[in-house]
Design a binder for this molecule. Structure first.
Ligand code: SF4
Length: 379
């Protein structure tokens, strides 16, 4: 069932797993962050509006084809059922994305790549309107953006985008601590994070800010936590999403670690950093931990009401014996555990013990390097 060619970018936020992916620009216009490898070596390009529209029209063709399959398979034109059926044997990655999107109801779209807001506002408005006209089941359109770009757009422009149908922007805040932002070559200051974030909130577009736990390493973790909380309090985003620093040799930060300039924090230190961050958050945001890299994914809730419950999860981990903390860290990083309660699953606990035994060659201690390696297998 080959139907046209669709261009796809490499990533989307975890929360957009079932969104239709439309590539509005290629790669990242900044591309210098030390902890990011996603677009390294790739050149940023704006795609012509006509080309983006052609992709959207191709999605419509594939959607119609899936409808045909639905009739032929006895689903009476129900796209959702037919899409679920073809999901098991999609023609290509783009087809898989469309089938996944349709099987989830076909309501959400995500515009790739790293900073869609850099498009001229009239062009982006045109793309969003065309997307909604061509695929009318879509009622939610989201994208990535940089704070710096959001700070440069006028409130009027952002409001126009919201009125056209842009529902949410995902921004990589990473940190609110200026020396750390500079060290990581994030290309944005805390003040620009605040201005960009507040612009978006004022426009009515929902805002999700991503914080990178562990980014301060062993030396700047405290300032990272405190300044990030300060910046987030000033923005008041709808969502704060945390993920944990992972390293690979395609990131410039890898060399800084190798030459000893950046010293990574371990899981327990990062948890202490997260505790300090949460303690100082005073905004009314949803705090989300839905990333596999986070040690405790159960640290989630609506601030400020759930703050104590979230901190209690951290306290609960910290109150475990050293042996049980190691068991959990290894079990979690090996993909056996999801949450602290899994420690009480005797089978899982035993599997984690066996892994510890193997990794420590008969001992009970597993070093930090080994735990990092286990975690980074998932990335
Ligand atoms: S702005 Fe985002 S995508 Fe671009 S280099 Fe930085 S982290 Fe990576």
């Amino acid at each position: 069932m080959s139907e046209g060619y669709l261009e796809l970018g490499p990533i989307r936020p975890p929360s957009e797993a079932h969104s239709l992916l439309i590539r509005a620009t290629r790669n990242c216009p900044w591309n210098r962050c030390q902890f990011c490898h996603t677009y390294k070596g790739e050149k940023f390009e704006l795609r012509p509006v006509a080309e983006i529209k052609k992709d959207i029209a191709t999605v419509k063709l594939i959607q119609d084809k899936i409808k045909e399959v639905s009739w032929q398979s006895g689903y009476g034109g129900d796209v959702k059922e037919a899409a679920a059926m073809v999901l098991s044997s999609p023609d290509n990655v783009a087809f898989h994305n469309i089938a996944l999107w349709l099987s989830a109801g076909g309501e959400s779209a995500f515009l790739q790549d790293a900073n869609t807001l850099i498009m001229r506002t009239p062009d982006l408005v045109e793309v969003i309107k065309f997307l909604k006209e061509t695929l009318p089941t879509i009622n939610r359109i989201t994208s990535y953006a940089r704070s710096k770009t959001a700070a440069k757009k006028t409130l009027e422009e952002l409001k126009k985008l919201h009125q056209a149908g842009l529902s949410r922007l995902h921004i990589g805040l990473e940190s609110g601590y200026d020396p750390l932002l500079q060290y990581m070559d994030k290309g944005v200051t805390a003040a620009e994070h605040i201005k960009g974030g507040r612009n978006i909130v004022a426009s009515g577009i929902s805002l999700c800010e991503y914080v990178l736990l562990g980014l301060g390493g062993k030396l700047m973790w405290r300032e990272h936590a405190l300044e990030t909380a300060r910046v987030l309090n000033k923005i008041g985003p709808d969502f704060i999403r945390v993920r944990t620093l992972t390293i690979n040799n395609r990131m410039p930060l890898y060399d800084e670690i190798e030459n000893g300039d950046f010293i990574r924090a371990n899981d327990e230190e990062i948890l202490e950093e997260e505790k300090l961050l949460i303690e100082h958050l005073e905004c009314h945001s949803n705090f989300v931990s839905d990333h596999v890299t986070n040690l405790l994914q159960e640290i989630e809730g609506k601030l400020p009401g759930d703050k104590e419950r979230m901190l209690a999860a951290i306290n609960r981990f910290q109150a475990l014996s050293p042996e049980e903390r190691t068991n959990f860290k290894v079990g979690r990083r090996a993909g056996i555990y999801y949450e602290l309660d899994d420690l009480y699953d005797s089978h899982k606990h035993e599997v984690a013990e066996q892994i510890i035994h193997r990794l420590s060659q008969g001992g009970s201690e597993v070093d930090e390097e080994t735990i990092y390696t286990l975690m980074e297998r998932f990335i």
